[in-house]
Design a protein around this ligand. Structure first.
Ligand code: AMP
Ligand code: MG
Length: 339
């Protein structure tokens, strides 16, 4: 297997609102990472509309990626795509593009688990070797660490993801999404002007988390008009992020891993970063956080995980490349990490 820096993998991400294409060398050099987000003016993600956005924009994103990478399509050695978990119509659009490319270029096709990809790109860019990972995004909230051939789930949300909790609250508060700024980032801005802590339900059940009660309570208090939006955003962050920090700390204490890695779209939040860093500092382990470009959903993480999987012969024939809407992180065999 040729693994020089002239060997490239193209990765396609399309699990939800983002359609992304990344091109990476087998040594982990990112040549391109282009993304186009579907924005619903009414908020939320309409799966069919998002998949139409992806189908409409795919050609343009692909050609931008080749242009940025300054390579020709025929120089691609492997095509990888996010096979799951995610929204069916969105996943199918990315998979169709990936199948067409792999068959046209006559190169192998690799199906990648989206959650594994968030961890692997985090390890690549932060040089973490064996972290406890807190993966927080619009669709997922998972605390995991590697053990016995898989990324094991130590804790996860029992209902909605923390990013979804922030997004729905922002919409209820009438914050208007502008210039592609994520709702979570708008909550963060407004929270920085909050001062008084408002009591909200703190819901950690064993090692798992629940955000739906927290969201309902915050929205009810908002409607009551007794508190400012600033104080509610501030309190929502304090409570939700403390819950995440608590479970991350317990996973760290149990596993005695040498690093904590924060990844996923919500990792961009400064308050969450400072809370998780305090946990890491207290346990004298390294705190690693993924930069925004690679924290939000992106094609580069799919390309990189595609390379790792390809090097372990995890290629799939086109006729078996169906998407896996509920593909769990701890169902994935990860032979490229040493046990
Ligand atoms: P992803 O699903 O990984 O693409 O991440 C999208 C999620 O990240 C959405 O729920 C966003 O609102 C959230 N997000 C992005 N930036 C921030 C931020 N600065 N603070 C909190 N959440 C954020
Ligand atoms: Mg996204």
């Amino acid at each position: 297997m040729n693994c020089s820096d002239d060997t490239y993998c193209l990765g396609i991400e399309s699990t939800a609102d983002d359609f992304g294409v990344g091109i990476l060398s087998f040594k982990g050099r990112a040549l391109a990472n282009i993304n186009s987000a579907y924005i619903n003016p009414e908020g939320g993600i309409h799966p069919r509309e998002a998949s139409r956005h992806h189908a409409g924009i795919a050609g343009e994103v692909l050609s931008k990626a080749f242009h940025k990478a300054e390579i020709k399509p025929k120089e691609i050695a492997v095509v990888a795509f996010s096979q799951g978990p995610g929204l069916g119509p969105c996943l199918r659009t990315g998979a169709t593009a990936a199948r067409a490319l792999s068959s046209y270029l006559n190169v192998p096709l690799v199906g990648v688990n989206h959650c594994v990809a968030h961890i692997e790109i985090g390890k690549l860019v932060s040089k973490a070797k064996d972290p406890v990972t807190l993966y927080v995004s619009g669709g997922n909230t998972i605390i995991s660490a590697f053990d016995g051939g898989k990324y094991r789930v130590f804790g996860e949300t029992l209902d909605i993801a923390v990013g979804n909790c922030l997004d729905v609250f922002a919409r209820a508060a009438g914050l208007r999404q502008k210039e592609g700024m994520p709702f979570g980032a708008m909550v963060e801005n407004v929270a920085s002007r909050g001062h008084s802590f408002v009591s909200l339900p703190y819901s950690v059940k064993g090692m798992n988390l629940s955000f739906s009660g927290l969201l309902t309570a915050a929205v009810q208090l908002l409607k009551s008009g007794k508190h400012t939006v600033e104080d509610l955003c501030f309190s929502l962050q304090e409570v939700g992020f403390s819950m995440l920090a608590e479970v991350t700390e317990r996973a760290l204490a149990h596993t005695e891993k040498p690093e904590v890695l924060l990844t996923g779209g919500v990792a961009a939040n400064n308050r969450l970063q400072s809370m998780v860093k305090s946990v890491a500092d207290e346990h004298k382990v390294r705190f690693c956080v993924v930069p925004k470009e690679y924290a939000l959903d992106n094609g580069a993480m799919i390309a990189w995980t595609g390379i790792l999987a390809y090097q372990h012969n995890m290629v799939i024939p086109t006729e078996k490349s169906f998407v896996r809407l509920k593909w769990r992180l701890d169902d994935v065999h990860v032979p490229w990490v040493e046990s």
